[in-house]
Write a protein of this length. Structure first.
Length: 258
């Protein structure tokens, strides 16, 4: 069984447990008290190519990335380093994240926040809004066509922006079909976890012009950033290339300098 399928099966169990604690109807009733929205895509459009810096402690393929992990401190360093937005890993079992990170990071910095998780159910959409996310990630590979459409619509209906993640030309076509405002190309294969920047460079032109194009994963240097900018990307999502450096703020400054 692939790691992706294993993660998705576990996520189904997590959602059912969450429903048992707080029913969906109760979540919806709380929406009027949700944190104010911080425009996500608009923040990424302010420069030629922006950085979404990722708050990430671990990954299934590489294990623990940061031993002395402090999500609040990391968020502050990324803001000082020039990040336009933050991606926050909230999956507990496989990435050692926590949904509470969103609340705590939102209280630490004023940057817009992306909830980075495996969103497969409407419950998680409303939960994300209440936790303080400004955008969520929807992974085409992890969803049926109907799921993708329904979750995308549900998010937009509550003023939650969506980054639709793709890996192939066919998946980009699905993102285009639903009118996704932000489309990401993940350079990491979710089955093998191998990474190649060429995936973004080869697939960029399939993203419709009006969508904001984001390249995700495997971005290490300022040269990578320039290469992606020249290919037409408006933003890059960078995690391991920053958190594994001794000084994340300095690493981010090096990345955005050129």
């Amino acid at each position: 069984m692939s790691i992706l399928r294993t993660i998705l099966e576990n996520k189904l169990l997590e959602v059912e447990e969450a429903r048992g604690r707080i029913p969906l109807a109760a979540l919806k009733e709380r929406l009027n008290n949700a944190p104010l929205h911080r425009p996500f895509a608009a923040a990424l459009r302010r420069t030629e190519i922006s950085v979404i810096a990722e708050i990430k402690k671990a990954s299934p393929s590489r294990g623990i990335l940061v031993r002395d992990f402090d999500h609040r401190k990391l968020a502050d360093e990324f803001k000082r380093g020039g990040a336009s937005a933050l991606s926050v890993l909230t999956d507990k079992k496989y990435f050692q994240g926590d949904p509470a990170f969103l609340i705590e990071i939102r209280d630490t910095v004023d940057l817009p926040l992306l909830r980075k998780d495996f969103i497969i159910d409407e419950y998680q959409v409303y939960e994300s809004k209440l936790l303080g996310a400004d955008a969520i990630l929807l992974i085409v590979k992890a969803l049926s066509r109907d799921q993708l459409e329904r979750l995308h619509e549900a998010a937009l209906s509550i003023n939650l922006e969506v980054l639709v993640e793709t890996h192939t030309r066919e998946e980009i076509a699905e993102a285009n079909r639903i009118g996704a405002g932000m489309i990401g190309i993940n350079n990491r294969d979710l089955e093998s976890f191998e990474v190649s920047l060429n995936r973004s460079l080869e697939l960029r032109h399939y993203i419709r012009p009006e969508a904001l194009a984001v390249s995700e994963s495997g971005i290490q240097t300022a040269e990578d950033r320039v290469k992606l900018k020249n290919a037409g990307f408006q933003a890059i999502l960078v995690g391991e290339g920053l958190v594994m450096r001794g000084n994340p703020a300095e690493a981010l400054q090096d990345l955005v300098r050129k």
